[in-house]
Design a protein around this ligand. Structure first.
Ligand SMILES: NC(=O)c1ccc[n+]([C@@H]2O[C@H](COP(=O)([O-])OP(=O)(O)OC[C@H]3O[C@@H](n4cnc5c(N)ncnc54)[C@H](OP(=O)(O)O)[C@@H]3O)[C@@H](O)[C@H]2O)c1
Length: 295
C-alpha cells in the first residue's frame, strides 16, 4: 500500500493558483478553496478537488472539511475592496482547521509605497500609501501573529505586476488606451507567472525559507516601457501618450495610485535564500513566451 501523499490547500485558486496546482499535483494532494460554485465546477473539470467557501460570508463555526496532515497552505485570495484591514484573511484564519507546516502568503510590493524611483528591499520599512496597500500590511501582520502562535513556518511573497499567458495588456493596446509618457512614468517591476509559481513551490519546499521575500524578475522599467514592448512584439501600434497632468484628470483612481508610486524592488533574498532560479530574467523572452502560441 502506498503512503498517503501530503496535502496542500490553495486558498484562492485563480490565475496563479491553477498554475501552481498543476505543478504541485505531481507530489501532493491538492485542494482548492474558491468563492463561487462556477469556479469550483471549472476546477473539478480539470480534476482538481475544490471546496466552496465565500470568505466574505463565513458562518460561525465553519471549518475546512479536509485532511488534517497539511504540508502547506498557500493563500492567494486577494483582500476585499474596502477598509484598511484584510477581513477576508481574518475570517479564513478563524476557520477550524489543523495548522499546516508552512503558510505561504502572497502579498504585494505595494506595501513599500512610493520610493521616488529609489531601491527597496525586504529591510526597507513598509510605507503603504493607499488603503489597498494598508490591507496588505494588515494581512502580513495577521499571518505573522497566527503563524508565530502555532509555530507554523511562514513565507510572505511580495509580488509586483504579474504577467503571463492571458495576462498581457493586449485589450488596452487594441483600444489604443493612452499611457503616461515615459519621462513622467515611474519605475515598476514585474514577474512572469511561471517564475512566481516557482517561488511558491520554493516557499513550500525550502525548509530554511521563512519571512519576507520580494519576487521580481530583476528588471525595473516603467509601465509605459512594458506596454511598448508588448506592442512591438505583437505588431500592435504603441499607445498614445499623455502627460501626468492629463492622466490625473482622466485616469481612474486605481490606475493613478499605481502611477503615483515609483520604486526598484530588489530580489537578492529570493535568489540567494529562497533559492528561486528565474526562467524569465529577460523580460522580452517572458513576453514572447506569453503571447498566444508563444513558447
Ligand atoms: N494581478 C497582479 O498583478 C498582482 C500583483 C501582486 C499580487 N497579486 C495578488 O496575487 C494573488 C493571486 O492573484 P491571481 O491573479 O491568481 O488572482 P485571481 O485570478 O483573481 O484569483 C483569486 C482567487 O481568490 C478567490 N477568492 C476571491 N474572493 C474570495 C472570497 N471572498 N472567498 C473565497 N475565495 C475568494 C477566487 O475565487 P472565485 O474564482 O470563486 O471568485 C479566485 O479563486 C492575489 O492575492 C492578487 O491580489 C496580484
Amino acid at each position: 500500500m502506498t503512503a498517503p501523499r501530503p496535502h496542500v490547500l490553495i486558498a484562492g485558486c485563480g490565475y496563479v493558483g491553477q498554475r501552481l496546482a498543476a505543478r504541485l499535483r505531481e507530489r501532493f494532494e491538492v485542494t482548492a478553496l474558491v468563492r463561487s460554485n462556477d469556479s469550483a465546477a471549472a476546477l473539478e473539470r480539470q480534476g482538481l478537488k475544490s471546496i466552496v467557501i465565500d470568505l466574505d460570508r463565513v458562518r460561525a463555526g465553519a471549518s475546512i472539511p479536509e485532511r488534517l496532515d497539511q504540508e502547506a497552505i498557500v493563500y492567494l485570495a486577494p483582500p476585499p475592496g474596502q477598509g484598511e484591514s484584510d477581513l477576508r484573511l481574518d475570517r479564513f484564519l478563524h476557520l477550524a482547521f489543523v495548522p499546516p507546516k508552512t503558510f505561504v502568503y502572497m502579498s504585494t510590493t505595494g506595501v513599500y509605497g512610493d520610493a521616488d524611483g529609489g531601491f527597496v528591499d525586504e529591510s526597507t520599512p513598509v510605507r503603504p500609501m493607499t488603503d489597498r496597500a494598508r490591507r496588505r500590511v494588515s494581512a502580513e501582520e495577521m499571518t505573522r501573529v497566527w503563524c508565530h502562535e502555532r509555530r507554523v513556518r511562514r513565507v510572505v511573497l511580495r509580488v509586483p505586476g504579474i504577467y503571463g499567458p492571458g495576462r498581457l495588456p493586449l485589450e488596452r493596446l487594441k483600444k489604443s488606451e493612452p499611457v503616461v509618457r515615459i519621462e513622467d512614468a515611474g519605475i515598476s517591476n514585474r514577474i512572469h507567472v511561471d517564475d512566481l509559481v516557482m517561488a511558491c513551490q520554493a516557499g513550500i519546499d525550502n525548509q530554511e525559507a521563512r519571512g519576507v521575500y520580494n519576487v521580481t524578475d530583476g528588471n525595473s522599467i516603467s509601465s509605459t516601457e512594458f506596454i511598448d514592448l508588448v506592442a512591438r512584439l505583437t505588431g500592435l501600434p504603441p499607445p498614445p501618450r499623455v502627460s501626468m497632468e492629463e492622466a490625473q484628470l482622466t485616469f481612474s483612481p486605481e490606475r493613478l495610485s499605481f502611477l503615483n508610486e515609483s520604486r526598484r524592488v530588489g530580489n537578492d533574498r529570493m535568489l540567494k535564500h529562497l533559492g528561486v532560479k528565474l526562467r524569465y530574467t529577460d523580460i522580452e523572452a517572458g513576453v514572447r513566451a506569453s503571447l498566444p502560441g508563444g513558447a
